[in-house]
Design a binder for this molecule. Sequence first.
Ligand code: ADP
Ligand code: MG
Length: 256
Amino acid sequence: MSEVSVTKDATPVADALVVLNNVNKHFGALHVLQDIDLTIARGEVVVVIGPSGSGKSTLCRTINRLETTDSGTISIDGKPLPQEGRELARLRADVGMVFQSFNLFAHKTVLENVTLGQVKVRKTDRKTAETKARSLLDRVGVGAQADKYPAQLSGGQQQRVAIARALAMDPKVMLFDEPTSALDPEMINEVLEVMRQLAADGMTMVVVTHEMGFARSAANRVVFMADGKIVEEARPDQFFANPRSDRAKDFLSKIL
Ligand code: ADP
Ligand code: MG
Protein backbone atom coordinates (compact mmCIF):
# COMPACT_ATOMS: atom_id res chain seq x y z
CA MET A 1 0.00 0.00 0.00
CA SER A 2 2.41 2.68 -1.13
CA GLU A 3 1.64 6.25 -2.16
CA VAL A 4 -2.05 6.13 -1.41
CA SER A 5 -3.50 9.56 -1.56
CA VAL A 6 -5.92 9.85 1.28
CA THR A 7 -7.80 13.06 1.08
CA LYS A 8 -11.00 14.87 1.75
CA ASP A 9 -12.31 12.75 4.62
CA ALA A 10 -11.63 15.40 7.25
CA THR A 11 -12.17 18.45 5.10
CA PRO A 12 -14.90 20.76 6.31
CA VAL A 13 -15.64 22.89 3.28
CA ALA A 14 -18.92 24.43 4.35
CA ASP A 15 -17.46 27.92 4.65
CA ALA A 16 -14.41 27.88 2.40
CA LEU A 17 -11.99 30.75 2.92
CA VAL A 18 -8.88 29.62 1.03
CA VAL A 19 -9.29 27.38 -1.99
CA LEU A 20 -6.43 25.97 -4.06
CA ASN A 21 -7.57 24.20 -7.16
CA ASN A 22 -5.18 21.98 -9.09
CA VAL A 23 -2.20 24.25 -8.39
CA ASN A 24 1.08 23.41 -10.08
CA LYS A 25 4.45 25.06 -9.82
CA HIS A 26 7.89 24.29 -11.18
CA PHE A 27 11.31 25.60 -10.29
CA GLY A 28 13.02 24.78 -13.58
CA ALA A 29 12.79 21.02 -13.94
CA LEU A 30 11.59 20.55 -10.36
CA HIS A 31 7.84 20.05 -10.10
CA VAL A 32 7.61 21.53 -6.62
CA LEU A 33 3.81 21.67 -6.29
CA GLN A 34 1.87 18.93 -8.04
CA ASP A 35 -1.88 19.17 -8.54
CA ILE A 36 -2.51 20.71 -5.15
CA ASP A 37 -6.17 20.77 -4.12
CA LEU A 38 -6.71 22.27 -0.71
CA THR A 39 -9.71 23.96 0.83
CA ILE A 40 -9.41 25.72 4.16
CA ALA A 41 -12.59 26.64 5.96
CA ARG A 42 -13.12 29.84 7.88
CA GLY A 43 -11.82 29.35 11.41
CA GLU A 44 -9.99 26.17 10.54
CA VAL A 45 -6.44 25.46 11.73
CA VAL A 46 -4.49 23.36 9.24
CA VAL A 47 -1.04 22.09 10.18
CA VAL A 48 1.19 21.17 7.24
CA ILE A 49 3.95 18.67 7.90
CA GLY A 50 6.35 16.69 5.77
CA PRO A 51 10.00 16.10 5.01
CA SER A 52 12.35 18.93 4.17
CA GLY A 53 12.07 19.91 0.52
CA SER A 54 8.54 18.58 0.11
CA GLY A 55 7.15 22.00 -0.88
CA LYS A 56 5.63 23.24 2.39
CA SER A 57 7.19 26.70 2.23
CA THR A 58 6.41 27.03 -1.45
CA LEU A 59 2.79 26.14 -0.71
CA CYS A 60 2.59 28.90 1.89
CA ARG A 61 4.29 31.37 -0.39
CA THR A 62 1.93 30.66 -3.26
CA ILE A 63 -1.09 31.31 -1.04
CA ASN A 64 -0.11 34.96 -0.89
CA ARG A 65 1.64 35.00 -4.24
CA LEU A 66 5.13 35.52 -2.97
CA GLU A 67 5.51 32.82 -5.62
CA THR A 68 3.63 32.70 -8.89
CA THR A 69 2.04 29.47 -10.03
CA ASP A 70 2.15 27.73 -13.41
CA SER A 71 -1.43 26.53 -13.43
CA GLY A 72 -4.43 26.17 -11.23
CA THR A 73 -6.33 28.75 -9.21
CA ILE A 74 -6.14 30.16 -5.72
CA SER A 75 -8.94 32.14 -4.17
CA ILE A 76 -9.26 33.94 -0.86
CA ASP A 77 -12.76 34.44 0.43
CA GLY A 78 -14.26 33.83 -2.98
CA LYS A 79 -11.92 36.15 -4.87
CA PRO A 80 -9.43 34.62 -7.31
CA LEU A 81 -5.85 35.79 -6.75
CA PRO A 82 -4.43 37.42 -9.87
CA GLN A 83 -0.75 36.81 -10.69
CA GLU A 84 0.14 40.48 -10.24
CA GLY A 85 -1.14 44.03 -10.06
CA ARG A 86 -3.05 46.25 -7.66
CA GLU A 87 -5.86 43.82 -7.02
CA LEU A 88 -3.20 41.31 -5.92
CA ALA A 89 -1.71 43.84 -3.49
CA ARG A 90 -5.13 44.37 -1.97
CA LEU A 91 -5.97 40.68 -1.65
CA ARG A 92 -2.50 39.88 -0.36
CA ALA A 93 -3.12 42.14 2.60
CA ASP A 94 -5.83 39.68 3.65
CA VAL A 95 -3.16 37.04 4.16
CA GLY A 96 -0.82 37.49 7.13
CA MET A 97 2.48 35.67 7.06
CA VAL A 98 4.96 34.83 9.78
CA PHE A 99 8.32 33.39 8.77
CA GLN A 100 10.97 31.37 10.52
CA SER A 101 13.27 34.40 10.51
CA PHE A 102 11.27 37.13 12.14
CA ASN A 103 11.84 39.68 9.37
CA LEU A 104 11.22 42.75 11.54
CA PHE A 105 12.51 46.12 10.40
CA ALA A 106 15.73 46.32 12.41
CA HIS A 107 16.01 50.11 12.39
CA LYS A 108 12.44 50.69 13.55
CA THR A 109 11.03 50.29 17.03
CA VAL A 110 8.70 47.49 17.91
CA LEU A 111 5.78 49.93 17.94
CA GLU A 112 6.75 51.29 14.50
CA ASN A 113 7.02 47.75 13.16
CA VAL A 114 3.40 47.09 14.09
CA THR A 115 2.15 50.55 13.07
CA LEU A 116 3.78 50.97 9.66
CA GLY A 117 1.71 48.60 7.52
CA GLN A 118 -1.53 49.92 8.96
CA VAL A 119 -0.60 53.48 7.96
CA LYS A 120 0.96 52.67 4.57
CA VAL A 121 -1.25 49.87 3.29
CA ARG A 122 -4.50 50.22 5.22
CA LYS A 123 -4.30 54.06 5.27
CA THR A 124 -5.16 54.13 8.96
CA ASP A 125 -4.28 57.39 10.73
CA ARG A 126 -1.17 57.10 12.86
CA LYS A 127 -2.80 57.60 16.24
CA THR A 128 -5.42 54.92 15.63
CA ALA A 129 -2.71 52.63 14.25
CA GLU A 130 -0.50 53.11 17.31
CA THR A 131 -3.38 52.44 19.67
CA LYS A 132 -4.14 49.24 17.84
CA ALA A 133 -0.44 48.30 17.75
CA ARG A 134 -0.14 48.71 21.53
CA SER A 135 -3.23 46.63 22.09
CA LEU A 136 -1.90 43.85 19.84
CA LEU A 137 1.52 43.99 21.51
CA ASP A 138 -0.24 43.58 24.87
CA ARG A 139 -2.21 40.68 23.46
CA VAL A 140 0.96 38.79 22.49
CA GLY A 141 2.64 39.71 25.77
CA VAL A 142 5.26 42.22 24.63
CA GLY A 143 3.52 45.50 25.39
CA ALA A 144 6.42 46.57 27.63
CA GLN A 145 8.84 46.29 24.70
CA ALA A 146 7.05 48.75 22.43
CA ASP A 147 9.76 51.40 22.35
CA LYS A 148 12.70 49.03 21.97
CA TYR A 149 14.39 47.92 18.76
CA PRO A 150 14.10 44.31 17.58
CA ALA A 151 17.73 43.47 18.42
CA GLN A 152 17.01 44.32 22.07
CA LEU A 153 14.38 41.56 22.25
CA SER A 154 14.73 37.80 22.60
CA GLY A 155 13.88 35.64 19.60
CA GLY A 156 10.60 34.61 21.17
CA GLN A 157 9.67 38.24 21.78
CA GLN A 158 10.62 39.19 18.21
CA GLN A 159 8.48 36.43 16.79
CA ARG A 160 5.53 37.58 18.89
CA VAL A 161 6.04 41.10 17.52
CA ALA A 162 6.02 39.60 14.02
CA ILE A 163 2.69 37.96 14.82
CA ALA A 164 1.29 41.25 16.14
CA ARG A 165 2.50 43.01 13.01
CA ALA A 166 0.69 40.53 10.79
CA LEU A 167 -2.47 40.75 12.89
CA ALA A 168 -2.44 44.54 12.65
CA MET A 169 -3.51 44.23 9.02
CA ASP A 170 -6.69 42.39 10.01
CA PRO A 171 -5.85 39.36 7.86
CA LYS A 172 -8.53 36.84 7.04
CA VAL A 173 -6.00 34.03 7.25
CA MET A 174 -2.60 33.70 8.91
CA LEU A 175 0.20 31.61 7.43
CA PHE A 176 3.01 30.46 9.71
CA ASP A 177 6.08 28.90 8.09
CA GLU A 178 8.07 27.13 10.82
CA PRO A 179 7.59 30.04 13.20
CA THR A 180 9.49 28.39 16.05
CA SER A 181 12.28 26.66 14.15
CA ALA A 182 14.80 29.45 14.70
CA LEU A 183 14.05 29.82 18.40
CA ASP A 184 15.94 28.56 21.42
CA PRO A 185 13.94 25.74 23.03
CA GLU A 186 12.84 27.77 26.05
CA MET A 187 11.17 30.32 23.79
CA ILE A 188 9.18 27.95 21.61
CA ASN A 189 6.27 27.61 23.99
CA GLU A 190 5.62 31.31 24.42
CA VAL A 191 5.16 31.62 20.66
CA LEU A 192 3.05 28.45 20.38
CA GLU A 193 0.90 29.73 23.23
CA VAL A 194 0.14 32.94 21.30
CA MET A 195 -0.73 30.81 18.27
CA ARG A 196 -2.96 28.55 20.35
CA GLN A 197 -4.80 31.58 21.66
CA LEU A 198 -5.21 32.93 18.15
CA ALA A 199 -6.64 29.59 17.05
CA ALA A 200 -9.00 29.55 20.02
CA ASP A 201 -10.15 33.05 19.07
CA GLY A 202 -11.23 31.67 15.68
CA MET A 203 -8.44 32.79 13.36
CA THR A 204 -8.07 30.76 10.17
CA MET A 205 -4.51 29.45 10.19
CA VAL A 206 -2.12 27.44 8.05
CA VAL A 207 0.86 26.35 10.11
CA VAL A 208 3.96 24.60 8.81
CA THR A 209 5.67 23.18 11.87
CA HIS A 210 7.64 20.32 13.34
CA GLU A 211 5.92 20.86 16.70
CA MET A 212 3.74 17.78 16.80
CA GLY A 213 2.35 18.72 20.21
CA PHE A 214 0.91 21.85 18.62
CA ALA A 215 -0.45 19.82 15.71
CA ARG A 216 -2.18 17.41 18.09
CA SER A 217 -3.66 20.07 20.33
CA ALA A 218 -4.48 22.97 18.01
CA ALA A 219 -5.01 21.58 14.50
CA ASN A 220 -8.38 20.70 13.04
CA ARG A 221 -6.58 18.93 10.24
CA VAL A 222 -3.09 17.70 9.42
CA VAL A 223 -1.93 17.88 5.82
CA PHE A 224 1.06 15.67 5.08
CA MET A 225 3.17 16.63 2.05
CA ALA A 226 5.91 14.72 0.29
CA ASP A 227 7.62 15.41 -3.04
CA GLY A 228 5.33 18.29 -3.93
CA LYS A 229 2.11 16.40 -3.31
CA ILE A 230 -0.48 16.28 -0.59
CA VAL A 231 -0.13 12.62 0.26
CA GLU A 232 -2.52 12.42 3.16
CA GLU A 233 -4.80 14.61 5.24
CA ALA A 234 -6.74 13.72 8.33
CA ARG A 235 -7.80 14.85 11.77
CA PRO A 236 -4.69 14.94 13.98
CA ASP A 237 -5.85 12.14 16.29
CA GLN A 238 -6.45 9.91 13.27
CA PHE A 239 -3.27 10.95 11.52
CA PHE A 240 -0.94 10.35 14.44
CA ALA A 241 -2.62 7.14 15.62
CA ASN A 242 -3.14 5.65 12.19
CA PRO A 243 -1.16 7.19 9.34
CA ARG A 244 -2.25 5.43 6.18
CA SER A 245 0.46 6.12 3.63
CA ASP A 246 3.91 4.59 3.83
CA ARG A 247 5.43 8.05 3.42
CA ALA A 248 3.62 9.36 6.48
CA LYS A 249 4.43 6.25 8.51
CA ASP A 250 8.09 6.60 7.61
CA PHE A 251 8.10 10.32 8.41
CA LEU A 252 6.42 9.86 11.78
CA SER A 253 8.72 7.00 12.74
CA LYS A 254 11.66 9.38 12.31
CA ILE A 255 10.31 12.32 14.26
CA LEU A 256 8.19 10.82 17.06
P1 ADP B 1 9.97 22.67 2.43
O1 ADP B 1 9.49 23.97 2.97
O2 ADP B 1 8.97 21.58 2.52
O3 ADP B 1 11.28 22.26 3.02
P2 ADP B 1 10.36 24.17 -0.03
O4 ADP B 1 9.02 24.59 -0.47
O5 ADP B 1 11.21 25.18 0.65
O6 ADP B 1 10.22 22.85 0.86
O7 ADP B 1 11.18 23.63 -1.24
C1 ADP B 1 10.70 22.60 -2.09
C2 ADP B 1 11.74 22.32 -3.16
O8 ADP B 1 11.84 23.46 -4.01
C3 ADP B 1 13.14 22.08 -2.62
O9 ADP B 1 13.73 21.08 -3.44
C4 ADP B 1 13.82 23.41 -2.79
O10 ADP B 1 15.20 23.24 -2.95
C5 ADP B 1 13.17 23.94 -4.05
N1 ADP B 1 13.11 25.40 -4.07
C6 ADP B 1 12.51 26.20 -3.15
N2 ADP B 1 12.58 27.50 -3.50
C7 ADP B 1 13.25 27.52 -4.69
C8 ADP B 1 13.65 28.58 -5.59
N3 ADP B 1 13.37 29.86 -5.33
N4 ADP B 1 14.33 28.22 -6.71
C9 ADP B 1 14.60 26.93 -6.98
N5 ADP B 1 14.26 25.89 -6.19
C10 ADP B 1 13.59 26.18 -5.06
MG1 MG C 1 10.23 25.22 4.42
